[in-house]
Design a protein around this ligand. Structure first.
Ligand SMILES: [Fe+2]
Length: 407
């Protein structure tokens, strides 16, 4: 039985058992009471259903990852094709075993054509009983047919929008996305989508559902952590719900993206972390990795070098996290001439123009979770020009950046 339905059903059953026992306590023997309680039927299990619409991950010119959740264990697959007649089927196999009897589904569609529209639907076939030599299927359910477009091999432009610091306010996701009326290639989630990681239900209700309902079945999102996502008992499982690393680099059209995972804001030995974090080493490891990124032809040749990470290394106070980021990354960003930096974390939106001796590139910081302080950052780049607009949650403009390529 599924994780999310099991506790409720079991609690319901136990609740009835206890009530039956109490009501009959005066007149009925313990054996008869137990028999009566056992005879009472358990609540019907939840009808087999999806827990969220499919959401797209990890876009490349030749592949797209489709993820979704069902409420009960199932065997699941994607049907897809270049028309809404679909015609092809993909499922995930590892070491000869097809993914099955699971609820979190991840299928990578490979061999796709660049710059091409694909249609797809996801299907899950419930497995109601899994004996070693006898498997029993239940109902098969399917999503509606969605479409997406793969990135071109060498696109002339790239467009993306950035959300940050949603902090467990799921209604903010469709609201902010709806402010954008233009095409975008992907949504970048720049950390602190949650206050801390509690369980799977939180990830579904506060991210996957609102994202799926507003855009993620048709355009991918890419997520990196904020400091809040490193907290809570479900923090280690969070990465299972996405396809990709928390820090990465890649070129997409005229832009080279570097995304860093800035970790916690307080020192690793702070009592609230109870000795179970190691972010100084993790940040240092990323700085060493970035030194290899800057040597790649993709970085060197890019028309624009963009860095995105949750905690900004300026305008974010003097706590350990921001200062360690400044010490490690600041000199590298200067030396290797990044063009634009986008962060969140402070809950104070702003566009900070270059300051001699500190940062030679604009630092854009998205807003915080409360109404009136939320932002959507929109960016579009061509070979010649990069345009960034920051929108406030009432749709008005909070600022912009216009850059000409220096290469
Ligand atoms: Fe933060």
């Amino acid at each position: 039985m599924d994780k999310s339905t099991q506790p409720t059903s079991r609690r319901g059953f136990l609740g009835k058992l206890t009530k039956a026992g109490l009501l009959g306590a005066a007149a009925v023997s313990p054996v008869a009471r137990a028999a009566a309680a056992v005879a009472e039927p358990a609540p019907a299990p939840a009808a087999f259903a999806f827990q969220c619409p499919p959401y797209l991950q990890h876009p490349t010119p030749n592949s797209m990852t489709v993820m979704w959740l069902s409420n009960n264990p199932s065997y699941s697959w994607v049907e897809y094709g270049e028309t809404d007649q679909l015609g092809q089927k993909a499922f995930h196999v590892e070491n000869g075993i097809a993914d099955s009897y699971n609820t979190l589904h991840k299928v990578v569609l490979t061999g796709l054509k660049p710059g091409t529209t694909y249609y797809y639907t996801v299907k899950s076939k419930e497995i109601t009983d899994f004996q070693p030599y006898k498997l029993t299927y239940g109902e098969t359910i399917g999503s509606e047919v969605y479409s997406f477009k793969t990135p071109a091999e060498k696109p002339d432009t790239v467009s993306w929008v950035v959300l940050n610091d949603i902090h467990d306010r799921p209604a903010s996701i469709p609201h902010l996305i709806s402010l954008n009326k233009d095409f975008f290639d992907f949504v970048f989630l720049n950390g602190d989508m949650f206050d801390y990681q509690q369980d799977e239900k939180q990830i579904i209700d506060h991210l996957l559902l609102p994202a799926g309902q507003s855009f993620a079945s048709r355009a991918p999102f890419i997520f990196t952590r904020g400091n809040h996502e490193t907290r809570g008992k479900y923090r280690r499982e969070l990465g299972n719900y996405f396809h990709g690393d928390y820090y990465w680099a890649k070129a997409w059209g005229p832009v080279h993206f570097t995304v860093l995972d800035t970790g916690e804001d307080k020192p690793d030995d702070h009592p609230v972390y109870a000795g179970i974090v190691d972010f100084d080493n993790y940040r240092t490891q990323q700085a060493e990795w970035f030194k290899t990124v800057v040597k790649t032809p993709e970085f060197k040749k890019a028309k624009f070098r963009v860095v995105m990470m949750h905690i900004p290394h300026y305008y974010s106070g003097d706590w350990h996290g921001p200062m360690h980021c400044r010490e490690l990354f600041g000199p590298l960003f200067e030396e290797h001439k990044i063009d634009l930096f986008i962060a969140g974390h402070t809950h104070r939106y702003g566009i900070h123009q270059p300051v001699a001796g500190q940062h030679s590139y604009p630092i854009v910081i998205g807003g915080g979770p409360k109404e009136g302080n939320r932002t959507l950052i929109k960016v579009r780049a061509t070979d010649k020009q990069l345009d960034l607009v920051m929108l406030k949650d009432d749709g008005s403009h909070a600022g912009k950046v216009e850059l000409k390529s220096r290469r």
